[in-house]
Design a protein around this ligand. Structure first.
Ligand code: USQ
Length: 450
């Protein structure tokens, strides 16, 4: 059965919303430049375009004159309902967002509502839209969600891996020259005790050398799904000659982009709950709610982080400079590394300057992860393409706290701790057989007997 689609070609009218520096060049056709200096108009399909990053990405490209369509099955909204969580800032339906974007900015963003695990839907979407670039965020994105139980782990891996496999087969058959820009994760690497390279590692063994995908030791069933994706994409490039860029992204923080700021109806989905919220975003909400900032364990867990605006810039750079046929290019997509304790301290200090006194709580770690470790990941590829990072500043944390404060009444503290654990609690060690105790006198309390 053919998918339900609502794609319409966008009008060319410019309603004064064009981003600074955007140019409307000719379509790139089949020959993607390896290092383009000039932005050319492309047809860009954003998979997962209703999500935290997908929606701002769709607007970012639309504002720069590209023809943009979203494909999404709206399942994130379903997972939220399943767990009874909701984004801090109310977000409009996909149709209403698209209508608001057209009203505010002019171009129409197309939409295809369907599931990537449905091969017919994926093929039909590619045939109808004929994208030059596919930006793929269309996966279950939460590590805790994948660790709830066996069903959620299996769902996450089937959803993510099968969706991406369908995409690769559909690209092979109907769009072999399209460039895939796939969102992977820095968590694929884990925290090995050696430097992390950008995607590949050359191994010297018994006098010979070979360049392999960098070995992965991911920390959750979700992160594992991205490892499987990377291997499948690498296979599709090697064997079918597809072109792909795998962006191993760190933890993203922030609420606002240049486009979401244009109108309240264009807000993106910002989570603070334990399952879909991520470290810095959660810490800012905890500060506003005057709840202790939840550092898991000792807090030495170090990760790469980036501002949501830099996510858009990185995806933009990857889209403008396609990988070559048969190449899987890999970039490590983050701008700075922090331990969670450092992040918590920065939020606590910024909040204090705004007159909010918060504390840091070293909660028992619900995850199984190293709390002190070596961490030195390379991340030069996107900088070489021209990325100009927005480093984390106190001003940015202040701005986040102020924006969150406007929605203080919607914060539900019970969502900050939901109890997902990476491993069952170990049973208490068996106690040695108790010595026989003399019968307690009648009327003694339980405590007296202890
Ligand atoms: N952490 C805390 N306290 C909290 C929440 C998290 O100490 O309240 C710690 C975690 O234990 C972990 C670190 O902060 O060590 C990062 O956790 P997170 O929840 O911010 O991010 P994570 O689960 O790793 O996943 C997020 C996104 C995922 C993306 C990944 C990038 O949800 O989609 O792939 O960041 S990365 O972490 O680089 O793998």
């Amino acid at each position: 059965m053919r998918p339900m689609v609502s794609w319409r070609r966008s009008p060319t009218a410019d309603h004064g919303c064009r981003a600074p520096g955007a140019s409307l060049g000719p379509s790139p056709g089949v020959d993607h430049p390896r290092r383009s200096v000039e932005q050319v108009k492309q047809r860009i399909l954003v998979l997962g375009g209703d999500g935290y990053l997908g929606w701002p990405t769709a607007m970012y490209f639309s504002r720069r004159g590209h023809e943009v369509a979203i494909a999404d099955n709206l399942s994130k909204r379903g997972w939220e309902a399943e767990l009874d969580v909701e984004p801090l800032i109310p977000i409009a339906s996909l149709d209403d967002r698209i209508a608001a974007w057209q009203e505010v900015c002019g171009p129409r963003i197309g939409s295809f509502v369907g599931d990537l695990t449905d091969l017919d839907f994926v093929r039909g979407t590619l045939e109808d839209f004929r994208p030059d670039t596919i930006v793929h965020y269309g996966e279950q994105p939460s590590a805790p969600y994948s660790m709830i139980d066996a069903q959620h782990a299996a769902f996450t891996q089937v959803n993510n891996v099968v969706g991406t496999l369908n995409l690769l087969f559909a690209m092979r058959d109907v769009a072999p020259d399209t460039h895939l820009v796939k969102l992977g994760t820095m968590g694929e690497y884990g925290t090995p005790d050696i430097d992390i390279e950008e995607g590949y590692l050359t191994v010297h063994h018994n006098g010979r050398s070979h360049r392999f995908l960098y070995p992965k030791t991911p920390g959750s069933m979700y992160h594992l799904s991205k490892v499987h994706d990377s291997h499948n994409i690498h296979f599709a490039c090697r064997v079918w000659g597809l072109r792909a860029t795998d962006l191993n992204q760190g933890v993203v923080y922030g609420i606002e982009t240049d486009e979401t700021a244009l109108d309240p109806r264009l807000a993106t989905s910002f989570h603070y709950d334990e399952v879909f919220g991520t470290a810095l975003n959660r810490f800012c909400v905890q500060a506003v709610a005057v709840e202790p900032i939840s550092v898991y364990g000792r807090g030495g867990q170090t990760r790469g982080y980036l501002n949501i605006r830099d996510t858009l810039a990185c995806v933009g750079l990857a889209t403008e400079t396609a990988a070559a046929p048969a190449e899987m290019r890999v970039f490590n997509q983050f701008t700075e590394t922090f331990s969670v304790l450092e992040l918590a301290q920065r939020v606590r200090d910024a909040a204090a300057h705004l007159g909010i006194e918060t504390t840091i709580a070293h909660a028992p770690n619900p995850r199984v992860e190293a709390e002190e470790h070596y961490y030195n990941p390379r991340h030069s590829g996107l900088l070489e393409l021209g990325l100009e990072p927005h480093p984390l500043s106190e001003e940015l944390i202040d701005t986040m706290i102020e924006r969150i404060s406007a929605f203080r009444d919607r914060i539900r503290p019970e969502l900050l701790v939901m109890g997902v654990r990476w491993a069952p609690e170990r049973p208490a060690p068996e106690r040695p057989a108790a010595e026989p105790v003399a019968a307690a006198p009648a009327g003694a309390s339980r405590q007296d007997r202890a």
